[in-house]
Write a protein that binds this ligand. Structure first.
Ligand SMILES: Cc1cc2nc3c(=O)[nH]c(=O)nc-3n(C[C@H](O)[C@H](O)[C@H](O)COP(=O)(O)OP(=O)(O)OC[C@H]3O[C@@H](n4cnc5c(N)ncnc54)[C@H](O)[C@@H]3O)c2cc1C
Length: 264
């Protein structure tokens, strides 16, 4: 179902099992996993169904260090998120995006890369990448160039291994901007709430557990969501911003005891 948060009265408290913040590809994908299950899910989205410059402005930020465009120019605030600007012509009347998994070496500790080394490997992610391919409605989870060679399209052979042939998969954007959005609007247990800007995460008194979300609607009124689980899916920049803003119990921002939130 769909609720426009501008119609919710100030100071209302809404209870749910799971609150997902952000209805871009990530948030929509997670919400769909619960569709039709006996669990209540609230999918909070800052924008509406159309691009609104006033909402888009909330992504403004300045950049220091390496050159990077303003976040308002590279992230979209509406249901479907940044998928709205995926620019690749798929040659079938649809626009889309290119997919590729991280390489195994990206997870490994490398002496020449400060802070490198993840606690998981690419193999740990493979089953999830495979499922994500289904959601993305792209090809099978196979990036081995040899398997895609045809007489007309041969891998280029290079001398040595410094340059190699790699594969991309491509998938449509309208699944996130239209198809899945409609699925969620028709869902009996997932509520898509538009024009709902997460302002702060609320926690218990030790900042060990997130208990809810303070939400603001354009026009100034605020209300609260309480949830057993809160999932941040606003994209890397905005999720970081929300953690840093959530400093009423943990000084310096939630989860930021080591001053590392947003540094990577
Ligand atoms: C032009 C362009 C081309 C791209 N091409 C590719 C590509 O080929 N391959 C690729 O892998 N990636 C590509 N990307 C990157 C890709 O779009 C993002 O990685 C992807 O959209 C991230 O999905 P997401 O759901 O995490 O975040 P987003 O798509 O950014 O969605 C986040 C959602 O959260 C909402 N939100 C934000 N803050 C709040 C808040 N406080 N409260 C409530 N809601 C909030 C936003 O309104 C938005 O709807 C491209 C990006 C751009 C701009």
């Amino acid at each position: 179902m769909h609720v426009d948060s501008r119609l919710i009265e100030s100071q209302t408290i809404i209870n749910t099992d799971i609150c997902i913040i952000g209805a871009g590809p990530a948030g929509i994908t997670i919400a769909r996993e619960f569709n039709g299950k006996s669990i209540n899910v609230l999918l909070l989205e800052s924008g509406g169904f159309e691009r609104d410059p006033q909402v888009q402005d909330l992504s403004q930020g300045t950049n220091e260090g390496d050159p990077y465009p303003s976040p308002a120019g590279v992230r979209e605030r509406l249901v479907g998120g940044t998928a709205h600007v995926w620019p690749i012509d798929l040659d079938n009347g649809r626009m889309g995006v290119r997919y590729v998994p991280l390489d195994p070496i990206d997870f490994e500790k490398r002496s020449w890369v400060p802070y490198s080394g993840w606690p998981i490997t690419r193999a740990d992610l493979d089953p999830y990448y495979e499922r994500a391919h289904g959601v993305a409605q792209t090809g099978p989870y196979n990036y081995n160039p040899a398997d895609w060679e045809t007489p007309d399209a041969k891998a280029i052979s290079f001398r040595g291994n410094r340059v190699t042939t790699q594969m991309f998969h491509f998938g449509p954007r309208d699944i996130f901007t239209q198809e899945y959005r409609q699925e969620l609007e028709n869902s009996p247990n997932v509520t898509l709430m538009t024009y709902a800007h997460a302002l702060q995460l609320e926690t218990d008194e030790l900042a060990q557990r997130v208990t809810g979300v303070k939400v603001g609607a354009l026009g100034g009124h605020q209300f609260c969501i309480t949830a057993k689980v809160v999932i941040l899916a606003q994209g890397a920049l905005e999720a970081t911003r929300l953690l840093l803003l959530s400093d009423s119990v943990q000084t310096g921002g939630l989860g930021n005891g080591y001053d590392l939130v947003g540094r990577f």
